[in-house]
Each structure stands twice: as structure tokens, then as C-alpha cells.
Design a protein around this ligand. Sequence first.
Ligand code: EPZ
Length: 422
Amino acid sequence: MDIFRIEGPVQLSGAVAVNGSKNATLPIMAAAILAAGKSTLKSVPRLSDIFLFARLLRQLGCKVGKGQNGDLCIDSTTIDNSVGEYEIVRRMRASICILGPLLARCGRAEVSMPGGCAIGDRPVDIHLRGLRELGAQIHLKKGYIIAETPNGLKGKEIFLGGPFGSTVLGTANVLMAATLAKGKTVIESAACEPEIADLANCLNTMGAKISGIGSPRLIIDGVKQLRPAVYQVIPDRIEAGTFMIAAAITKGRLQLNNCRLEDMMAVVNALRNIGVTVESADNGCVVARNGPIKPADITTQPYPGFPTDLQAQFMALLVLAEGNSVIIEKVFPDRFMHVAELNRMAANLRKEGPAVIVAGVKNLIAAPVMASDLRASAALVLAGLAAQGTTVVSRVYHIDRGYERIEERLNPVGAKINRESP
Ligand code: EPZ
């Protein structure tokens, strides 16, 4: 298992390109199941999660490979297996979003229950409720979800809200199934994340009839069939936010290319409020910090609120604020695996239920730390950039799930991250 050896403190300066969005790509890869034929996806990041999802699609009978200039080609002409194996699903929660497309295409799907992960329980009750509303018969057997539509899928008014608000992949599953259902479907309390809007836009290029895109009320007029996609995915707003925080935590200045500020106004607003400048530039933005970091109160919420996927990274930044901050995690209340690791680096963090009190400290001190989940790992890398000394981050494979060779992107702008394979 690779480790990162990170020298700090450094000051980042220069330009970094933001990749295509992992969380837009994964459901769009699943959407390729809906239309027999060859789909081509552009700007797809080269990440272990994407490779794993490709393996899952191959198990279903798809041919998946690289096209010219790095495009991802998925030929779903033949789907001769409708089982999503536990061996893959347990490692990547996003696998659950083959359920809706398989039901719509084949009338049957068997997908392992995803199980929990480092950020907490990962229930799928809302996914199943929505698909049942569309006419699917669903039961559990030996840890697998067995779903069938003996009479096909039928459009309906569906409320998809849950105790934590909307569900991103739950919306993706029901949306994809509804595109081929008979009649009209209305999804109330749909997720508004840009990645869901991207999926809906992609489905419309495939011949689907979806309106209300970007709003909590999606209206889908079912069609008989869809055609394969040719689609370019949106930039990754979470990767962009991570790089913005890298500039801020090192008191540096980064130009981010290929990022859409309109997708990340909660983060931009939070950064500006603590003394970080964020200026839009053509095809991206420039992020810099000169003065002190002011404390903040942050609460994560479904989009357009502050994204839970940037909570850990922002916490690493607030560790160095002049004063006390409070971070409340409203989406995944247990998503605090990074707290103990940051405290090993001389942060002063205290967990109080779904909140963490962040008492600002002057410096972070380098230490050996362990990555636990994708975004917590990114937070440890950011802390290592600012900490005094050499920070060693182990289990770097967590980072590779969501950031393509992050060291090769940050070292050219001043980071000193060495990947070692002991
Ligand atoms: C997506 O996960 C993202 N993953 C996550 O990003 C992200 O943290 C999350 O949305 C929230 O924005 C992908 O897009 C691949 P949810 P998802 O269903 O869809 C509860 C990353 O780091 N819930 O929106 O699985 C759930 O427990 C990953 O890139 C139910 O109760 O998240 C949570 O508290 C991590 N029942 C809340 O809703 C359900 O049936 C939001 O979860 C489904 C969800």
C-alpha cells in the first residue's frame, strides 16, 4: 500500500487543471446500460473508482475501453448478467446505481446491499421505496437486493426525501428507471447536485424527456427507448474545492482551470468569509490568501448547501484559524474519521455529537497519520502541506479513489509530496 511523504510548510503558487467529476461520471456510466449500443464519455477522470465501475459493467456483459484521446467507451449492446456482485459493491457504494438502469433495460436486477463505510451507514431504503413506487417488486435475499418488474415500470408521483433530506444516488436510480417507464413520473425532493443535473442532461441527449433539471422537482415523460450517449462530464467541484483549500492553507495563490464557480457558491462564500480571495477568471478562478484565517460556523447540507464532501478539507483549514469554529455535519453525522488524525498533528478538535469544535492553533506539526476515507485523506494531505516537518500519510489508495495522481498535480505548484511503495 502506497504512502505519501509530505514536506511542509510550503506555499503553493501556479495553475492547476481540474479533472472531470467522479460523481457525475459514475451514474452516467450506469446510464449507458439504458441504451443498447456504444456510448462515449469525455473528460472522464482516471480514478480507481472509475476502473472498478468499468469492471462492474463488464460483469454485466458490457464492453468497456478507452477511445481516442482518453474517452471512455461503453458498448452495452449485450447485457447477459443482471447481478452486481458483493465483491465490487462492498468497495464502491456508487455501484448501487446500476439497479434502476438494469430494471428499466432487463426487467430484473440483483445488487448486493452496499453495507456501511468509514463515513457511516449507507442505507438504500429511499432507492428501494422510489423503485417500488415505479412498480418494481423488491425483496432481500442473503444480502442481495432482488428486484423485478413483471409488469414493467409505470410512471408515478414519488417523494424521495429522507431524514437527511434528498439522496443523490437515490435520485439517480429512480430518474434513470423513470426514463423508460410507461407514462409520466414526478420526483419530489429530488437531489439538486450538479452531478444529478449532469446525469439528467446526458439522459436527455440520449432521447429522454426530463424537465425541472437542477430543481427539487424532476418531471420525466417515459419514452420507448433511448440511444447511446456521447457526452462530456462536468468538472469536479469537490476536487476544485480541495485545490482552493490547498491554496488557502498554504497562504499561496492558485489559478484553477476548468472549474465552474456557479456549482460551488456555498464553498466560495465560506472561503471569502474567512479571508480567502476567490476571483473568477476565464474557464476557472484564482484563489489566494494573504492575511489570517478567520473562524467560521459551517453546516453541511444537500446542494446548494455546503457540501459534506468538503467538510474534512475545510476543517483542516479552520484548524489554523484565529479563533474557534464550529462544524456541524448534517448529511453523514459520523463523517469525522479525520478528527483524531488531525489532532495527532497538534490540531485542537473536540467532537460533540454531529458537531466538531475547532479551536484554532498557530501551527500544525507533522506526524504519521492514516487515511480512512476519500475526503478525510485529502484533508490529511492538505494538513501535511501546512504542517512543520514531514507528514507520512498511509493507505493512500483512499485518495486515489477520487483524486488522479494528486501529487503529480500539486508538486508542480510547490508541494513536496513523495509517493512511496514500501
Ligand atoms: C453521494 O453519495 C456521493 N457519492 C457522496 O460522495 C456524497 O457525500 C453524497 O452523495 C452526499 O452529497 C457519489 O455521488 C458516488 P446520499 P450517496 O444518498 O448518494 C441518507 C465522495 O466522497 N440516505 O445523498 O450515497 C444517507 O445515509 C462520496 O465522493 C438514506 O437515509 O449519498 C445520508 O445520510 C462520499 N436512505 C444522506 O441520505 C437512502 O436510501 C445523503 O446520502 C439513501 C441515503
